[in-house]
Design a protein around this ligand. Structure first.
Ligand code: MTE
Ligand code: HPA
Ligand code: MOS
Length: 750
């Protein structure tokens, strides 16, 4: 089944926040943000801005009736700065005017005097100065001190991975309208409707039931709208509370780039120890996360870095620690992989460092240490139904790696200017929110009297096609055709207290709730059918919009059953709640069983470097991926391809740059390059690994949203191989992205 949105997407008919037909009295918002990264606000003069014709009101923290606080995990983030600013782009005031153009004109007239304070932009500097978000976290397994003594080889080094801009096509935004009795309806482009509802209520000082949040769909989120869609919706709502008029606020791209956080840069140090047979005996790693000026989701992201610090390898002695370092950058936030990719890049760096020093292929160490059945992860979970070696071996075999390696060797002998490199990248990614209490969802299903069905869940559609999957679950469970089912918008009045659409777990959590609700409806309706046909319900089944008796079609249609149910006053609505069973985690011990299951896979990446120019092409990425039993292979392969491109972009060309004053230099799309059709991999092949699937996954179809991003890490090491082939003297470094500039420097380094 195709993505149910593909038709309207293609025709440009899909609705986003900015497409809603506005009420005629709608006003427009714009943020006035800090021009300095750190300082004390001495004065702000709004008088000239207020005098501009068409400016209705300029709001600041003094206008807040509830709390000036939007921090989710730690209350350390004001909606609008009070007396201090902590990053360039920090919201200070909110201009509401008759048009966005007027608001912009007014913004330029606001005068601000800031007494500047020292600025920290890097995690290292923050650590030196003792500037942290919270206490560090650490996971450990075995005893690294003892284990290093038994190691034949020990290597250490540094690894840095930079941030990444989400670049969702649809920028952040919300539209808030006043309803009766002080109630407000907010249409928001958010992954977390409940977070928006909660924070609007908190800042306005009203009860949550006064706030309705509706989400139509997002033009991409990628984690950037898990927490950071909230402030804009709250600002619009504050203005509505005062003005009693609708307020729309859509960030322009430039403001969005400047004011929002990105993927966290990580500065890490590692020490890896191996025995004679290349078994990794010990791994010691320290992660410095550049969290930005407020916590946002940083603590949860730091946690996931620890969960994935050993990627797909079993290492018996591990000691890992992560510091969330407070800097004067916009608070960094969730981004596909949620800290996992950053952790995985470091272990891959450590293995590459070891291999390089030992003069062997990285692949030999990787292969020797792949995780297998009943191995223990550093967080205590025992690996079961492991498909790691299966994907690895299948990839090597199906894509004939040996032949590729021979061809590359020959190519590199024959060519001076161009060199090729290849690398293998295994992934193991845990599915579930690492914070156990978040793993729940609900669905509300209405069957209308004509037999058509409306499905509401807490899932937000953001291009990952979760609505299509929900529709599949509903129509298959009810035994009716897909066109009888409609996915409703995500709305807090229909499905409340939702977890954000995140952690790749949305289809599992909401899908299981849909399935449960549909099963209840089915059971009830089979009772109705049983009464009509005077046949035992156990012998009846819904399929193809009809009732079947022991596999034989009867005359009784779905519609007739529904009509009868109406007459008999049988409930045609069902609500169900699903909470992932079995998972638990004890933060005091840092041990438990946090994940419902793991997703596995292996990518083989081949690149060609132009050794005169330092440019490169990704020739091919060949992937064997564990989808379980994919319920929609077209969609799932699309997720693999999209995530891969994003991962390659992060590792190779997307370069976030701030100057030492905390000003974003890569603040336009001409200075920040994302992969386009020319620079993405020239060829991507995905082979689904046929496995039994996992009952914890919806219809045994494993979560797919984030894991394949980490295949992109393979590109870094493939380029490194090619550079090495040209310049064997070059000292390998782990400093992503591996931009053409850095490649060129490495090629000619003495
Ligand atoms: N795919 C598209 N097209 N757009 C997105 O914004 N977000 C990714 C991934 N795939 C995203 C996407 C992220 S960060 C996550 S966590 C998952 O989708 C969330 O959706 P799921 O839980 O339904 O997989
Ligand atoms: N993944 C993604 N988003 C989250 C998580 C997680 O584990 N926890 C809280 N938000
Ligand atoms: Mo995805 S980073 O969990 O929104």
């Amino acid at each position: 089944m195709k993505n149910i949105d593909s038709y309207t997407h293609l025709r440009g008919e899909s609705l986003f926040v900015d497409d809603i037909i506005t009420r005629k009295d709608t006003l427009y918002g714009l943020v006035f943000d800090s021009p300095k990264a750190h300082g004390k606000i001495i004065s702000v003069n709004y008088s000239k801005a207020e005098a501009v014709e068409g400016v209705i009101k300029i709001f600041n923290y003094k206008d807040i009736k509830g709390q000036n606080q939007i921090g989710g995990i730690i209350p350390d983030e004001p909606l609008w700065a009070e007396h201090e600013v902590h990053f360039q782009g920090m919201p200070i005031a909110f201009i509401v005017a008759e048009s966005e153009a007027i608001a912009k004109q007014a913004r330029a007239l606001i005068e601000i005097d800031i007494k500047e304070l020292p600025v920290i932009t890097t995690a290292k500097e923050a650590k030196e100065k003792g500037s942290f978000i919270n206490e560090p976290r650490s996971f450990s397994l075995g005893n690294t001190d003892n284990a290093f003594e038994d190691c034949k080889y020990i290597f250490s080094g540094n690894s840095f991975s930079n941030g990444q801009e989400h670049l969702y096509l649809e920028t952040q935004g919300a539209y808030a309208i006043p309803m009766e009795n002080g109630n407000i309806k907010v249409t928001s482009s958010t992954q977390g409707p409940t977070s928006v509802q909660k924070m609007v209520a908190q800042v306005l000082g009203v009860a949550m039931h006064k706030i309705e949040v509706d989400v139509i769909r997002l033009g991409g989120g990628f984690g950037g709208k898990e927490d950071q869609a909230t402030p804009w919706a709250v600002m619009a709502a504050v203005a509505v509370q005062h003005l009693k008029k609708p307020v729309k606020f859509i960030l322009n791209r430039h403001d969005d780039l400047r004011m929002t956080g990105k993927r966290h840069p990580y500065d890490s140090t590692f020490k890896i120890g191996l025995d004679e047979d290349l078994n990794i005996l010990a791994y010691d790693v320290e992660f410095l996360q550049n969290s930005g000026a407020a916590a946002d989701l940083s603590p949860a992201i730091a946690e996931r870095t620890l969960f994935h610090a050993t990627n797909s390898y079993y290492i018996p002695n591990v000691s890992s620690i992560v510091h969330s370092c407070k800097t004067n950058l916009p608070p960094n936030t969730a981004f596909r992989g949620f800290g996992g990719p950053q952790g995985m890049f470091v272990i891959e760096s450590a293995i590459a460092e070891a291999a390089n020093n030992l003069g062997i292929d990285k692949r030999i160490i990787q292969e020797r240490n792949l995780i297998s059945e009943n191995d223990e992860f550093p967080y205590g979970q025992i690996a079961t139904k492991v498909e790691m070696e299966n994907t690895w071996n299948t990839a090597i075999e199906k894509f004939d790696l040996e032949k590729t390696e021979e061809e590359i060797e020959q190519f590199n002998k024959d060519n001076k200017r161009f060199k090729k490199g290849v690398s293998l990248m295994p992934i193991t990614f845990g599915i579930s929110f690492t914070n156990t209490p978040m793993n729940h969802a609900r669905a509300l299903i209405h069957i209308y009297q004509d037999g058509s069905v409306g499905v509401s869940t807490g899932a937000v559609e953001m291009g990952q096609s979760v609505n299509t999957k929900m529709l599949q679950v509903a129509h298959q469970t009810l035994g009716i055709s897909p066109d009888k089912v409609k996915l409703e918008t995500t709305n807090t009045t229909r499905v409340a207290n939702t977890s954000p659409t995140a952690a790749s777990a949305t289809a599992d959590l909401n899908g299981k709730a849909v399935q449960k609700a549909c099963k209840s409806l089915r059971k009830r309706l089979l009772g109705v059918a049983s009464n009509i046909l005077m046949i035992n319900a156990d012998d009846l089944k819904f399929a193809n919009d009809c009732i079947y008796q022991k596999g034989k079609k009867t005359d009784l249609t779905w519609e007739k059953v529904i009509q009868k149910a109406m007459l008999n006053r049988v409930a045609l609505t069902e609500n169900a709640h699903y909470a992932t069973p079995e998972i638990h985690f004890d933060k005091t011990k840092e041990k438990g069983h946090p994940f419902a299951y793991h997703v596995y896979g292996t990518a083989i990446t081949q690149v060609t470097v132009d050794c005169m120019r330092g440019t490169y092409e990704i020739d091919s990425v060949k992937i064997v991926h564990d989808f379980g039993k994919s319920m929609n292979l077209g969609i799932d392969i699309g997720q693999v391809e999209g995530a891969l491109a994003q991962g390659i972009g992060w590792m190779t060309m997307e370069e976030i740059a701030y100057d030492k004053n905390g000003r974003l230099l890569s603040n336009t799309l001409s200075s920040y390059k994302v992969p386009d059709v020319f620079s993405a991999a020239k060829k991507v092949e995905v082979i689904p690994l046929e496995t039994k699937g996992n009952k914890m996954a919806i219809k045994k179809s494993k979560a797919v949203g984030e894991p394949p991003l980490m295949y992109g890490i393979g590109a870094y090491f493939a380029i490194q191989q090619a550079v090495k082939a040209f310049n064997p003297k070059h000292k390998i470094k782990f400093h992503s992205p591996f931009t053409p500039e850095k490649v060129l420097m490495s090629l000619y380094e003495e």
